[in-house]
Design a protein around this ligand. Sequence first.
Ligand code: ADP
Ligand code: MG
Length: 253
Amino acid sequence: MNTPIISVKNLTKKYGDFVAVSNISFDVYEGEIFGLLGPNGAGKSTTLEIIETLRTKTSGTVTVNGLDLDSQANEIKKIIGVQLQSSGFYPGLNLIELINLFSGLYNEEVDALELLERVNLKDKAKAKYKELSGGQKQRFSIATTLINKPKIIFLDEPTTGLDPQARRNLWDLIQHIRNLGTTVIITTHYMDEAELLCDRVAIIDHGKIITIDAPDTLIDNLVSSGFEKPKIVKNANLEDVFINLTGHAIREE
Ligand code: ADP
Ligand code: MG
């Protein structure tokens, strides 16, 4: 247990004089769902994209599954799954054609229909990307991260803008992927989501990691420091009301 699959040491990224990521160090363990949390501009995407080999770093070392980012970036690319920007999804192609295109780029044989079934999009196989709902787009983009059977996938705000049903559906999918053995790194602005999904989170602000631990431990530490909620918490919140009234079923289909 707790074998690091990603080790980041003293990572710094400067854009000109501006320090976006400031000397951060952390490990991600094999098989966990690891959350990077922080306000807009904190440096989450920069950090992810450096590990994904998509952005250069200013200094520090990054190791992914024993591979060094500086000398073995091409080997790292083979074992990670990265969500593509939606602009990369050619508008005229259907989902099957897009998956076949990407699997060709990865040089990877893949059963496109089976992959779509895994993300619950089999009945959209002939649809074009632009015809999908927000939740379906996210599920498709997660499917594309799985094409090369990666050890680690990176999800940068996969649930931003989704309705409560689609968000829950994505949580199930992410947990399912992890349960099959894939390590997941995710960023999110939804703290309920991070609390439910993540084994550990790092909270990052102004390019620095402020704290890193299991959500439960962080909450317990805050409570034992004397923190009290300003008002009595009820046993349900408005989101519970919403889900209770409208159900878990996805509405986009
Ligand atoms: P987050 O994903 O946490 O919102 P980012 O990693 O995208 O934050 O950005 C961190 C900081 O770096 C922000 O202040 C952002 O404006 C700045 N930044 C990001 N990319 C660039 C870039 N290519 N050139 C200059 N500044 C950038
Ligand atoms: Mg970002």
